[in-house]
Design a protein around this ligand. Structure first.
Ligand SMILES: O=C(O)CCC(=O)C(=O)O
Ligand SMILES: [Fe+2]
Length: 241
């Protein structure tokens, strides 16, 4: 991720120049993460970048490049629309918007590392499209025994989201996973509710903050991402995804 923009094209350059992150917003985000385990920053990304990302997602949708999301990874991967109903596409630097977004998140990664000494070394992210009626049931993002996702991020791309649009992300009080993982039925307190409004960035600790996406009434667009630590299993470095 460090050489994201070695070979910058003009469009990427222009978008980069037009969408700097505000240092004080990064500080506020890190402060929230330290004190409450999550942060919700409205208007964290400027409209010019959000619009470019949304256009990119719409282009991918139009050429059928999104795939139903699954639960688990690699061999455990299975379709499970009773748990989540979104369609996804991993970001891969294929457009100026993706290159700039990944560059910004990499800047955030180094700032978090500098402040918290937690050695985040990588960022992975996918576009997500929730069609009307879709949801994602309560879960935590870090896989049991593979706790290499450290901080989750969600950036929303929906302009003019109405208050009755549904699709809020609900964050619950943080808790440690038990030996059998996370009990989805345990009673638990709501901490925050995030509207999926264009420009909002929500972040939280991946292994301890349960969260869910309420059924959406309108098509809902977002980018879910994770800062990862390098977890090795039996001496083999766990690859992204
Ligand atoms: O889109 C959101 O608000 C959250 C998505 C999510 O929890 C996930 O993809 O793991
Ligand atoms: Fe999640």
């Amino acid at each position: 991720m460090t050489n994201v923009i070695d070979d910058l094209d003009r469009e990427t350059h222009a978008l980069l120049a037009a969408s700097p992150l505000a240092p004080e917003r990064i500080d506020a985000l890190i402060d929230d993460l330290i004190h409450q385990g999550f942060s919700c920053q409205r208007d964290f990304f400027p409209p010019v970048l959000i619009n470019a990302l949304l256009a990119d997602l719409e282009r991918l949708e139009a050429c059928d490049a999104l795939a139903s999301a699954g639960i688990g990874r690699l061999k455990e991967h299975q379709l499970a629309t009773s748990i989540r109903g979104d369609a996804i596409r991993w970001l891969n630097q294929e457009s100026p918007a993706q290159r700039v977004y990944l560059k910004r998140l990499d800047e955030l990664r180094s700032q978090i590392n500098r402040a918290l000494f937690i050695g985040l070394f990588e960022f992975e992210a996918h576009f997500a499209r929730y069609p009307p009626g879709a949801f994602y049931k309560r879960h935590v993002d870090s896989f049991q025994g593979r706790a290499n996702r450290v901080i989750s991020t969600v950036t929303y791309l929906n302009r003019d989201w109405p208050v009755d649009g549904g699709g809020e992300m609900v964050l619950f009080e943080s808790r440690q996973q038990g030996p059998d993982g996370f009990d989805p039925n345990a009673p638990i307190q709501e901490m925050a509710r995030v509207l999926p409004e264009a420009g909002t960035l929500a972040c939280f600790l991946s292994d301890t903050v349960p969260h869910e996406v309420l059924p959406t009434r309108l098509p809902r667009a977002s980018i879910a991402g994770w800062f990862r630590r390098n977890a090795s299993v039996n001496g083999v470095v766990d690859p992204a995804r």
